[in-house]
Ligand binder design. Sequence first.
Ligand code: KIV
Ligand code: ZN
Length: 386
Amino acid sequence: MTKDKVLIFDTTLRDGEQSPGATMTHAEKLEIAELLDDMGVDIIEAGFPIASEGDFNAVSEIAKRAKRATICGLARANYKDIDRCWEAVKHASSPRIHTFIGTSPLHRAIPNLDMDQMAERIHDTVTHARNLCDNVQWSPMDATRTEWDYLCRVVEIAIKAGASTINIPDTVGYTAPAESADLIKRLIATVPGADSVIFATHCHNDLGMATANSLAAVIGGARQIECTINGLGERAGNTALEEVVMALKIRGDIMPFETGIDTRKIMNISRRVATVSGFAVQFNKAIVGKNAFAHESGIHQDGMLKNAETFEIMRPEDVGLSGTSLPLGKHSGRAALRAKLAELGFDLADNQLNDVFVRFKDLADRKKEVFDDDLMALVYQNDSGE
Ligand code: KIV
Ligand code: ZN
């Protein structure tokens, strides 16, 4: 089966960094950009060049250093932002300008533009960006709360003015998966010229549906997913890169799409982003959480020791881990204890194992997790007959 390619557009360094408190230093941004480039991200949104001198310098430097990825900068719908963005990204071998404006009624009220004035602004700014750069992305911010007819109208204007990627943001995480698929599908079917551009999806996670909405948009026809490492981003964050990439890898049977991501690099970059942003990853976070490949209960551990597929739908090695973890706690059973003791070099007879197991359960009731040192102490206690 031939698979359509879905482009991965990472915005950890732009939307991700907009999370209150997630600011990264210049050196940290360069490091994360290098890791993103190396793992096969297609487009890196490196920052918002007009926002500060620091952002401008980071985007310029990332543009100069990138080896494979297209380097993109964000610009509002005005010439000053777009010119500044171009000055930063122009150093890349593959530069992109991403310009946006809020098109929903609430967002139109902020610059106080009526529908016609905004349409004219979109035409002028996309044309201006296109005169500077061959690769222009345009976004109607808050697209999912924009009137359908107006959304079609402005998307058509942006395409005619030369945008080659049309991004449809669910800026406030309002949409649901069925709507997300339907919106992209209807835009592609309705807007003249839609078949000559790539539609992108950019979802926020306010209702916890960003990953589902992004995948649904792909099913509807989007061929670029905008996402961040660990789902970092404004408020409840953006779509998590690791989630959409692994979902497409594991469920190729129902979503026959491929990405260029080397998934074995996921854990390393996840840990680096957590460290430099100061945003720890929750233990039960899909794919990259500490517990994503850990099993404590006896039934699960026994199943895992017999056949890893019993309780794991993906291989830990495929996301860059060395293996499954079977932490020992009060829910663990004899099979996991025996396996752990064997790993530590103890080959106990059944009656010895039974004795250690009784002591282990007693300790586990008093302690959240039983570590290797605890186990060794239990075995030696047993040997000395204490
Ligand atoms: O969420 C959003 O709408 C954005 C745009 C700038 C694309 O981040
Ligand atoms: Zn966003």
